[in-house]
Design a protein around this ligand. Structure first.
Ligand code: DAH
Length: 339
């Protein structure tokens, strides 16, 4: 009997030492000490042992069991601590590794251009105001001296919501809204989104941005308008920039003009950028029409003013030398991060 027990114990010890994982160790325990285990079988066969030998044999079986159990416990402890060590090793954080760079956003070319324009006019004492994108026909057209049969009112150009409400086609309605409030003098710029039923191409989009400007005060003349826009062009495109006023027509200004600046690439000699012209058109402007002043409750004999409208995308495209307006709307990270 003793031999058999020693044999079981020896084999158990070997298997325990060979077990590389906790699962394997458990298998050994079940095979020897489990309900159907080898040592359990020996215990069950005690009934065949002569009664006088039973205490002695029982003691031997128990000793063998205790030895195997303590060997198992030791091996288990060893495997568990090895496993823990492995886990800690895998979870180790190397604080000396370089950190992942956070992506930092930056201004869209439109915003950069807008901020530049705003800074220039704020520096000249202007206030920045805003008006609604969904506008009454009255403010977008009527109050600006654009009568019902004017071609600009053609439904092809304007997105109408109903007969009286539309998506503003220009930022000029903000002029009428500000004048109506009756607080004089006025010195404002009004940036914002405008909408026109245009097909998308390199220079058109159904939604773009304008910056409106207006000054109303006593004794304002065309000379003030010229000086203001000359200064604006110099600040925006460089000190040597010259401006040229070309006669034009806008219903809400009289007289009206379009303004060109000398090409800031070639200085006016003519290049690919200005298509050989030497000049680049940047805005529309004029003296506020007396009828427009009257409709907003301002006496044209007492007050005069000038106004202008700049296309924001046009400024952004020029300043950052972008040749397709669509690039401004696609929000392609690879494009935007160049600015
Ligand atoms: N609203 C005009 C447009 O969309 C631009 C403009 C021209 C605005 C002359 C003005 C102005 O205030 O005086 O084309």
């Amino acid at each position: 009997m003793n031999d058999k027990l020693q044999e079981i114990k020896k084999r158990a010890f070997e298997q325990i030492e060979n077990a590389q994982e906790l699962d394997a160790l458990n298998d050994v325990r079940v095979a020897i000490l489990g309900k159907k285990g080898e040592l359990t079988a020996v215990l069950k066969s005690m009934k065949d042992v002569a009664p006088e030998d039973r205490p002695k044999v029982g003691q031997m079986v128990n000793d063998a069991r205790a030895d195997i159990e303590s060997k198992l416990a030791l091996a288990k402890e060893k495997l568990e601590s090895a496993e823990m060590e492995m886990k800690l090793k895998n979870e180790v954080i190397d604080v000396t590794l370089p950190a992942k760079k956070a992506k930092i956003g930056h201004n869209h070319p439109n915003i950069a251009a807008l901020e530049e324009v705003e800074d220039i006019f704020i520096g000249m004492g202007y206030e920045v105001v805003e008006g609604p994108e969904i506008e009454y026909d009255y403010y977008n057209f009527e109050a600006l001296n654009i009568p019902a049969d004017h071609p600009a009112k053609d439904e092809q150009d304007t997105f109408y919501i109903d007969k009286n409400i539309l998506l503003r086609t220009q930022t000029s309605p903000v002029q009428a809204r500000v004048m109506e409030q009756g607080k004089l003098p006025i010195r404002i710029i009004a940036p914002g989104r405008v909408f026109r039923a245009d097909e998308v191409d390199a220079t058109h989009s159904p939604s773009f941005h304008q910056i409106e400007g207006m000054v109303i005060d006593k004794n304002i003349t065309f000379a003030d308008l010229k000086g203001t826009l000359q200064e604006f062009a110099r600040k925006l495109f460089g000190e040597d920039t010259k401006v040229k006023f070309r006669p034009h027509h806008f219903p809400f200004t009289e007289p009206s003009a379009e303004v060109d600046v000398t090409c800031f690439k070639c200085g006016g000699k003519g290049c690919r950028f200005c298509k050989g012209e030497g000049w680049i058109e940047i805005l529309g402007c004029g003296m506020v029409h007396p009828h427009v002043l009257e409709m907003s409750g301002i006496d044209p004999n007492e007050y005069q003013g000038f106004a202008f409208g700049v296309g924001l995308e046009r400024i952004a495209l020029l300043k950052y030398e972008i040749d397709d307006m669509r690039l401004l709307y696609e929000n392609d990270d690879r494009f935007l991060k160049q600015f």
